[in-house]
Each structure stands twice: as C-alpha cells, then as structure tokens.
Ligand binder design. Structure first.
Ligand SMILES: Cc1ncc(COP(=O)(O)O)c(C=O)c1O
Length: 453
C-alpha cells in the first residue's frame, strides 16, 4: 500500500502550514500565478527516472540506447530536455517530428512508429533524416522503398513484430503485442517479408526494378512492444525470445545479422495508493539479463538494445491542479465535487476506467473525513475524473492536486465543449517556467475559414 504523497514528484512535501509543495514551490502559489487547470512537471523527477533507466541498462554487456516515447507527452520544451539528457525520441507522426524538431531534438536520434504511416509521415521522416523507420506492415514497406528510392536516400529500418505474447495491462485498449492487434507483423509474416527483402537485396529474388528500390532499405533490427502500463517482465522476455528465434532463422537462411533490438516500452507506474510499487530498475535489469542470456544461448552477437519507455519516464513528474467548484450530494448514493477540468485534459478515466487519487493542495494537512467523486464540468456523464477519493470537506476555491498526471493526459487532450487546454509549467529546482500557455478563445477559432461575404 502506497501513500498519496509517494505518488507525487520526488521531493513533494506538505509544509508546516498544510500546503502541498512541489520541490519547494507551493502548489497554491503556482495556481495563483498561472491559473487552473494547470499541469506542473518536475524536471528533477524526469531526470531521476532517466538516470534509473541508464543505471539499469548499464548491466547489459553490449551497447544500449534510451529513447522516450513522446506520445506520452510532447512539447518543444520537453523535446529540448530529452535532447539535453541524450535521450532519443520515439515519434509516431510527422506532427510529433515537427514538435520535436522545434525543441531542437536531432532527427537522427529518433525512430518513427505508426501502423498506417502516410506518405507525408514517411516523406517528412526521410527528408529530416530520421534515424530509423519502424516498418509496421508490407504495404508500408513497399511505399517506403519507393519513396526512399525517389529521394535517393538510404534508410535504416526495423520491423515491428507482434510476437503474440499476452501482457496484463490495466485495459485491453493498451495491449498491443497479442495476435489480434492492428500493430506490426505476425512472426510468420515478419519472417516472410524480411526474407523477401533480404533475398531481393542479395539479388536472388529476381527483383529487377523492385530490387533496386529495396536497396535503399537497410534492415538493421527488430522491434516489439507488448502494451502499455504492465508490471511483469516475463512476457517481454518471452517476446524477446521469439524475436531472437526469428533472428536466428534469418541468419541461417540469409546470413542476416541483427544489429539492433528494441523490446519497446510499456512499464507501468502506480497511480493509486492501492497499486503495487513498480520499480523500474529490477524490471530493466531482469530484461537486460534475460536478453543477454538468450542471445548467448543462440550464439547471436549482442545487438544494441534500445528501450522506449514513455509513461515510466514522465508520469510521476506531472501534477494536475484544479479549482474546486460546487458539490452535489445525493443522499445514500454519493457526493460529487466538481472541478474546472477533467475529460478534456485527462480522458484516461473515460477511455480506460483509469483510477486516480487526489488531495486538497491548500489543506493537505487536514483529516480526510469524507469520500467523494470528482466530476469535471463537461457534458458527458462519463466526465468523472475520480469515482471515490477521501478528502477533507472541499469548499469552492480549494485546490485539488491529482498526481501521476504526466503521461497520456495532455497528449490525449481535446477541446470538447470548447474547453481551453491548460497551461504547462516546468519546475526545475528553484526555477519555474511556463512552457505552454493556456489556450485562448482565439485559439479555438484560429483554424476557421471566415466567410466575409
Ligand atoms: C511502440 C511504442 N513504444 C513505446 C510506447 C510507450 O509505452 P509506455 O508509455 O507505456 O512506456 C508505446 C505506447 O504505447 C508504443 O506504442
């Protein structure tokens, strides 16, 4: 059983006057300065998570690479931080590439994912010199070969393989590695497609023009990603075994040497005091050891090992701050306490029945005497951020702090009910920096084509 405070960024405390402080900054001061809803990220917590991954990866006897799955949350300032920390980026669209480059991240240290990459995605990646394109299906392989040949570019590719290994996440929508998945090549198809590609490149496939196209693709590795928010290493190790078997078959038939291997991301984080702890270090250490052993057993040279975590790098660093409004008491049923955000900045409870906790940041020292539901202001009955949380009796104007808000919240946000997306603030030691301003009403109509007639 965890306590609420341990879910917040590192160094979060309650000061003697009962105020929640994030790395020494009072949450209510931040809310007064920037308004609510407000997303606060503690950069020290992100750096600490990066260091933990690196420490654990260091036990791998070969090369390693840490990348950040930017779909968890991306803005130029975060891309800049990752670049400064030497962390590469997993991007999933030309849009993410654009934002990452705006933050100064180097495309050569990115890899592009997506199960239906468009010409625009692929062309943008080729033109920018993205380090690796993770090919998801045979249609994409054809298209990429054609585009790379047109642009006369060599491109490094991995195949995304769906190894048909089940992993337990919090919701079926976050499972990606089982047979019934829209992502990646099933093992048999991966073998056939890779075999075909290698055969064409070696001139044994009667390729002609096509063979020349495929010459622009350099197959350097294999990739899997089982799902998001799991906390069991064994399925990932099993997925790696299956990919290594595939690598052995490709070596035997085509002399192919796998240079890179990426077992994805997906490690979970506790969101709620009832969740078990999910320490990163033992997970990575075990995965690394299992991978090295499995390679040795198959007499495979150690590939460079890339991990691409998202949530476990940034989720705990983020806190969402909301202002409490009204309450509705339904005797014998429940009490709803309303806040000024919800579904539009955090769709996870509606999408996945995700469970959160919260505390009153301006009264964090008080006894929690009632259990309430936290409701957002949007026109959906599903806009309930938390079904049940213990709090002091909340009054209008109180400040509600929701921890573990750093991943898959703002990156999945919307303007439903013409909500304005919140401001984002980075706390870096003593420094507090606004990195994304709150949207304005003008932003809401910025894309509209006005008919002046
Ligand atoms: C291909 C891929 N890699 C990595 C991740 C990151 O997952 P997580 O944020 O759970 O670590 C995702 C997200 O689902 C993904 O789709």
């Amino acid at each position: 059983m965890l306590n609420k405070l341990s879910l917040f960024p590192l160094t979060t405390t309650i000061d003697p006057s009962g105020h929640l402080t994030l790395r020494g900054h009072r949450a209510d001061d931040l809310a007064a300065q920037f308004g609510t809803p407000l997303y606060v990220y503690d950069l020290g917590t992100i750096r600490s998570r990066i260091a933990t991954y690196r420490r654990a990866l260091a036990s791998y006897p070969g090369q390693t690479h840490l990348t950040y799955a930017s779909k968890a949350f991306l803005c130029p300032a975060l891309a800049r931080l990752m670049a400064a920390e030497g962390v590469g980026l997993d991007i999933a669209s030309a849009g993410e590439l654009f934002i990452a480059r705006r933050g100064g991240a180097d495309p050569a240290d990115m890899h592009l994912h997506g199960n239906n990459k468009t010409r625009r995605d692929l062309n943008a990646a080729l033109q920018a010199g993205v380090g690796c394109i993770v090919v998801d299906n045979a249609t994409e392989l054809q298209l990429l070969a054609q585009l790379a040949a047109e642009q006369q570019r060599q491109v490094n590719i991995w195949l995304r393989v769906t190894p048909d290994v089940a992993v337990e996440t919090h919701h079926r929508y976050t499972v990606t590695g089982s047979a019934d998945s829209k992502f990646g090549f099933p093992l048999k198809e991966a073998e056939a497609v890779a075999g075909d590609l290698l055969a064409k490149q070696q001139g044994s496939g009667g390729a002609g023009e096509q063979g020349r196209d495929f010459a622009s693709l350099l197959l350097s590795g294999l990739h899997l990603h089982l799902g998001s928010h799991f906390h069991d290493v064994e399925p990932v190790a099993e997925g790696v075994e299956r990919l290594l078997d595939l690598a052995v078959r490709l070596r035997e038939k085509y002399g192919w040497e796998m240079q890179e291997l990426c077992p994805g991301g997906g490690w979970g984080v506790p969101y709620h005091p009832s969740d078990p702890p999910m320490p990163v270090e033992p997970f990575v250490t075990e995965l690394v050891a299992a991978t090295a052993l499995s390679c040795r057993r198959r007499n495979l040279p150690l590939p460079e090992l890339t991990l691409e975590p998202g949530r476990s790098l940034v989720a705990q660093a983020g806190v969402a701050l909301y202002t409490v409004g009204g309450r509705k008491v339904i005797p014998g049923v429940r009490t709803y306490v309303s806040i000024d955000g919800g579904l539009t900045d955090n769709p996870r409870p509606a999408l996945y029945q995700a469970k959160y906790t919260a505390l009153l940041a301006n009264r964090a020292g008080e006894a929690e005497t009632e259990t309430v539901a936290i409701a957002g202001p949007f026109c959906e009955s599903g806009d309930v951020l938390i079904q049940a949380v213990d709090l002091p009796v909340a009054a209008p104007g109180d400040l509600l702090a929701v921890p573990v808000a750093g991943a898959y919240q703002l990156s999945m946000s919307s303007n439903y009910n013409a909500a304005l997306r919140p401001a984002v603030v980075f706390v870096d030691g003593k420094e507090v920096k606004l990195v994304q301003r709150r949207e304005t009403f003008e932003d809401l109509v910025a894309r509209d084509v006005v008919d002046e007639s």
